[in-house]
Design a protein around this ligand. Structure first.
Ligand SMILES: Cc1cc2nc3c(=O)[nH]c(=O)nc-3n(C[C@H](O)[C@H](O)[C@H](O)COP(=O)(O)OP(=O)(O)OC[C@H]3O[C@@H](n4cnc5c(N)ncnc54)[C@H](O)[C@@H]3O)c2cc1C
Ligand code: SF4
Ligand code: SF4
Length: 345
């Protein structure tokens, strides 16, 4: 088994955790990542600590990435895209393109782990919310990057700290109109944690949190939720906003909402609106799934039950998960890979 070669495709948090676990067991492991850097989406996220750590797991992902780069026995190749996979008698042959040099290479693997992740929902598909047209309508991903790179929240239109911010939950998830009925599982937690960061840094800023349901995720979630509920400048509104307009005279965004309890239409002004986007299946690898007979489940993510022998799925490729669950899943998958290779002899 120790001479077996495992290829992990995708260097996000799941691919990194799985590759590291396998290498620690003495296996030869190659991690292939198509982007110039490993880390996946989580490499762009911010620390969500206020006066204390709020357990968002982003630094755990950062630490695992750094230790893979500095200490681990995993061989990792970046700028390499896996675009083909063929089964042969001894395992699989992966077809890999070097995206910088433009050359192709075939690599043999006794087992393959696909940790190819998700695609963030493209908020432009919800045209009525104005993303891409109104500069101060941003996504949760934009806010993650803003807090990571700039350390505070600023309106893209004029660089000022907003006085009144709305978060709209379930953008691209739990939405019949776009055929996504599933919950993305991470967006309530990331939105509440980032809203806490905004409040902690800007005591004058008010937060309005528009939601249908709150999905708990991660450690100390109840504590975060209670802190938001007890905050006098944090307002929870159970309603789905239907449309956002830019109001030039008042220099603000007007949001139209159907208030479910009163059954009335509300129109409220905000300085900035954050769309809490969820996760979609990563469609760019559909060709790979077709080549090896992997099927998509009802939500469009890859169904792990359809995996042929020697092919494994780790992290969000098989469905939405937060970082902690992606890492736990990846470690569990590493155990399954070892069991499979032991059986092969
Ligand atoms: C806006 C937003 C904020 C979030 N914030 C948090 C948070 O604060 N805390 C938290 O716990 N969770 C958060 N999450 C969830 C978190 O993003 C995921 O749990 C985590 O990123 C999943 O990692 P992954 O490795 O499965 O996928 P990814 O991060 O998508 O990694 C997959 C990797 O595979 C590579 N790849 C894909 N196809 C190929 C191919 N064919 N060949 C080579 N490489 C390939 C990709 O380039 C990518 O690097 C958030 C999610 C969103 C949408
Ligand atoms: S878990 Fe999140 S909030 Fe806590 S220190 Fe790490 S990055 Fe910051
Ligand atoms: S985690 Fe929250 S915001 Fe995200 S889809 Fe589920 S209920 Fe909606």
């Amino acid at each position: 088994m120790s001479k077996s070669h495992v290829v992990v495709v995708g260097g996000g948090v799941a691919g990194i955790a799985c590759a590291d676990e396998l290498a620690q067991e003495g296996l030869k492991v190659t991690l292939i990542e198509k982007e110039p850097e490993i880390g996946g989406w989580a490499a762009d996220y911010c620390c969500k600590a206020t006066d204390r750590c709020n357990r968002c797991f982003v630094c755990v992902a950062d630490k695992e990435r750094n230790s893979l780069q500095l200490e681990s026995k995993v061989t990792f190749q970046t700028n390499q895209m896996v675009h083909g996979v063929e089964r042969n008698r001894s395992g699989y042959l992966l077809k890999i393109t070097d995206r910088v040099k433009g050359v192709e290479e075939d690599v043999h693997a006794d087992a393959v782990v696909f940790a190819t992740g998700f695609t963030p929902f493209d908020a432009r598909k919800k045209g009525e919310l104005g993303y891409g047209r109104y500069p101060d309508v941003i996504t949760g991903l934009d806010l993650e990057r803003m807090l990571r790179n700039k350390g505070n929240v600023f309106k893209p239109s004029d660089g000022e700290v907003p006085g009144k911010v709305a978060f709209i939950q379930c953008v691209g998830s739990r939405d019949e109109s776009i055929g996504h009925l599933y919950c993305s599982k991470a967006c309530c937690a990331y939105a509440l944690r980032m809203a806490r960061v905004i409040r902690a840094q800007n005591p004058e800023t008010e937060i309005y949190f528009y939601y249908m349901d709150i999905q708990p995720a991660g450690r100390n979630f109840d504590e975060i939720l209670s802190a938001c509920e007890e905050d006098p400048k944090f307002y929870f509104v159970r309603a789905i906003p239907s449309k956002i307009y830019q109001y030039y005279q008042k220099k603000g965004l007007m949001m139209r909402t159907l208030e479910s309890r009163r059954g009335e239409i509300d129109e409220i002004f905000f300085d900035m609106i954050v769309l809490s986007i969820g996760m979609e299946p990563n469609k760019e690898n559909q060709g790979l799934w077709d080549q090896i007979g992997l099927e998509n489940g009802s939500e469009g993510f890859v169904d792990p039950l359809s995996s042929p022998e020697g092919i494994f799925l780790a992290g969000t490729v098989s469905g939405p998960k937060d970082i902690e669950r992606s890492i736990m899943d990846a470690k569990q998958v590493a155990l399954s890979v070892m069991k499979f290779l032991e059986g092969k002899g």
